[in-house]
Each structure stands twice: as structure tokens, then as C-alpha cells.
Design a protein around this ligand. Structure first.
Ligand code: NAP
Length: 326
């Protein structure tokens, strides 16, 4: 069978790297577009066997360069997303989440691609006061206006050893004796493991699933506080949670967002107010036959040792008492 060509934008990120491994193992050829080939090619290249991967450096708004890549593509996957804006560089929510997906959708239609898969986010209909959510929603509308065959996946929070979620929280929980929580930690999530999400993407591609919007959720519903409590148990720490009153939370977010890589922005604080769980209004990954099975605690247990005293030597494998008993 002739290998299909997948054109991937944002392939150097958490989801992209996992997806490249899955696609190339299954006889798909991938072309990954990155802004910085020198910085990212090592990470991208090592995800696939030689001959299955091409890396192209491009500004994603350089339509002449991007257009050429569509000539040989069968499938386009957009994984580009940002959590905060860097206006000076044009990295705004509108450009990245609304304008760019609409350009891709137009090109997919023009070049008659079989599939266009776009990763959006869960809970964006509800979070109407968040610029992130509004721009993601506008991106979805733009896509469906330009290419009605697109599949839009809306994941809840995605976790894995490569994430910016559990790993950042374990770092903070390890360092801070008192941990601020927002909205009393009641916001609910359905965390999905990165590999479960890429199984869904692979299923959509290989089975040619055509369904405009699919909500992608993990098997458990956990509040923000429950997630933090699980992480604390996993790294064997005890911490005091400090529920921050909203005005104080806004002041802290305004301060944090001055940092080059902000821990929290005002917009993220607004987003955190809304539950990030399936809505019942759209199909879910279970409805298309790919339920997510990986349990949060069991998966994080596999890599949390890096945040424990003793590092890898804190694991059962190196438990001297256990070894000498036998
Ligand atoms: N991770 C989650 O919990 C989660 C939850 C819901 C939705 N999503 C969505 O899923 C998608 C993928 O997430 P991820 O976690 O894999 O993201 P990620 O690790 O942050 O990677 C995003 C990729 O986007 C590219 N990118 C970032 N800013 C860019 C810019 N200004 N111009 C061009 N390219 C840019 C980067 O590629 P280069 O640096 O190589 O150019 C990067 O590899 C995103 O759309 C995200 O919003 C993620």
C-alpha cells in the first residue's frame, strides 16, 4: 500500500511528537513544519525512522511556502496552539487560533485533501469571557465555513511525561510550602493521556471518520484540587492549599503574566472558572469507538519519581529492603 502523506503543523509539541511516532510506525509519511529547524529538528527527527519524515522550516503565514507543501499532502493536521499572547511577534490568539486554521482549511479544500484534523479545546463554548476560548471558537467556525469535511477534536487537559501540566505542577508543589488554589479548586477536568488522544487522531485518519466536532476526554472526572492532591501523594509531599479570593487571584495573575513564560495569565484565570468536561452536545471519543482508558494516577506514577526525593532510586525497583527480603 502506498504510504499516505501527512502534513503536520505544530509537530514538535507534546501531542505532535507522540503522533509522529504512531503515524510513521503505521506506514504514514509525515512532513513537519516548524519555525526553528535548528532547535527542533533533533527532537522531531528522532520520533521516526529515516525516510518517513521530512522537516520544513517556515513562517506559518508564508502562504507561498506553505502552499507548495499541500501539493503532495493527503492529510493535514493542525496542532499549533498558544496559551498566552506575544503581541510583538504577531503571536496573538486571533492570528494563531482563528486566522491560521482558516488559511489551512482553504488550502485543504483547494488541494482536495482527504482529511483535515484540527485540535481545538474543550469548554470553549462556555468560556465566553476568555480571549483564548473565543479565538479557538472563531477558528472552528472559520474552518467549517471553508472546508466542511474537517474534523475538529476538542481535548480536555492532556497529560504525559512531556506535558506542561503535571510536570509543572509537580515542580511547583515540590518547591512551594503553600500552594494557591483558584475557585476553591472546584473546576472539573477530564484529563486525557497524550497517547489516548493520538490514538483518537490515528483512528480518525485511518478509518476516515467524518464528524465535525468530537470532544476528547479521559475516563475520570477530577476537580483541580483532586488533581493536586493526587500529585502530592505521588511525589510524597504534604502541602497547604491556600484558596485565593478572586480579587487577589487577579492581582497575582497580572503579576505572573509579566514573566516571559507566565505561570498564569488573567485570561487563563478566566478560563479556569469553567468546567473542562464533556458537554453532552457533541460526539465524544467513546462515541466513535475509542474510549480513553489510561487512568491519571497510574500513568503519572510512571514518571513522578523525577520529582521525588531520591529521584529514580525512590522507585520500588531500587527498594533495598524489598530486594534483600527475597
Ligand atoms: N496540551 C493540552 O493540555 C491541550 C489541551 C487542549 C487543547 N490543546 C491544543 O492541542 C494543540 C497541541 O497542543 P500541545 O500541547 O502539543 O502544544 P505544544 O506542546 O505547546 O506545541 C505547540 C506547537 O505549536 C507551535 N507553535 C507555538 N507557537 C507558535 C507560533 N506563534 N507560530 C507558529 N507555531 C507555533 C510550536 O511549533 P514550533 O516551535 O516547532 O514552530 C509547537 O510545537 C494546541 O492547539 C493546543 O491548544 C492542548
Amino acid at each position: 500500500m502506498k504510504a499516505k502523506n501527512c502534513l503536520i503543523f505544530g509537530g514538535s509539541g507534546q501531542i505532535g511528537r507522540n503522533l509522529i511516532r504512531k503515524l510513521t510506525k503505521n506506514n504514514y509519511k509525515v512532513t513537519v513544519v516548524t519555525r526553528n529547524i535548528h532547535q527542533k529538528s533533533y527532537t522531531i527527527k528522532t520520533q521516526a525512522n529515516a525516510g518517513y519524515i521530512d522537516i520544513v522550516e517556515a513562517n506559518i503565514f508564508d502562504e507561498v511556502k506553505i502552499r507548495k507543501l499541500f501539493a503532495n499532502a493527503d492529510i493535514c493536521i493542525n496542532l499549533i496552539g498558544i496559551l498566552y499572547e506575544q503581541k510583538r511577534r504577531g503571536s496573538t490568539f486571533n492570528n494563531i487560533h482563528s486566522l491560521f486554521p482558516s488559511i489551512l482549511a482553504k488550502l485543504c479544500k483547494e488541494y482536495k485533501l482527504k482529511n483535515f484534523i484540527h485540535i481545538s479545546a474543550l469548554g470553549i463554548n462556555e468560556a465566553s469571557d476568555s480571549s483564548y476560548a473565543k479565538s479557538k471558537l472563531k477558528g472552528e467556525t472559520n474552518i467549517l465555513k471553508n472546508y466542511s469535511l474537517a474534523t475538529i477534536l476538542r481535548p480536555s487537559v492532556v497529560f504525559s511525561v512531556d506535558d506542561n501540566f503535571t510536570t509543572n505542577f509537580m515542580t511547583l508543589l515540590k518547591r512551594l510550602p503553600i500552594f494557591p488554589i483558584y475557585y476553591s479548586g472546584k473546576t472539573k477536568f477530564m484529563p486525557i493521556h497524550c497517547s489516548d488522544l493520538t490514538d483518537i487522531i490515528f483512528h480518525v485518519i485511518s478509518k476516515n471518520i467524518l464528524s465535525n466536532i468530537i470532544e476528547c476526554v479521559g475516563p475520570e472526572e477530577l476537580s483541580f484540587k483532586e488533581i493536586l492532591e493526587k500529585l502530592l501523594i505521588l511525589i510524597s509531599k504534604k502541602r497547604i492549599f491556600l484558596p485565593l479570593p478572586l480579587p487577589l487571584a487577579y492581582v497575582s495573575a497580572r503579576f505572573f503574566q509579566l514573566m516571559p513564560k507566565p505561570l498564569l495569565t488573567v485570561d487563563q484565570l478566566k478560563l479556569l472558572k469553567y468546567d473542562n468536561i464533556k458537554t453532552g452536545k457533541y460526539k465524544t471519543n467513546s462515541d466513535i469507538g475509542i474510549p480513553s482508558t489510561r487512568i491519571f494516577e497510574e500513568e503519572v506514577k510512571k514518571y513522578c519519581f523525577m520529582w521525588k526525593e531520591g529521584g529514580q532510586f525512590s522507585t520500588e525497583k531500587y527498594d533495598v529492603n524489598k530486594l534483600t527480603k527475597n
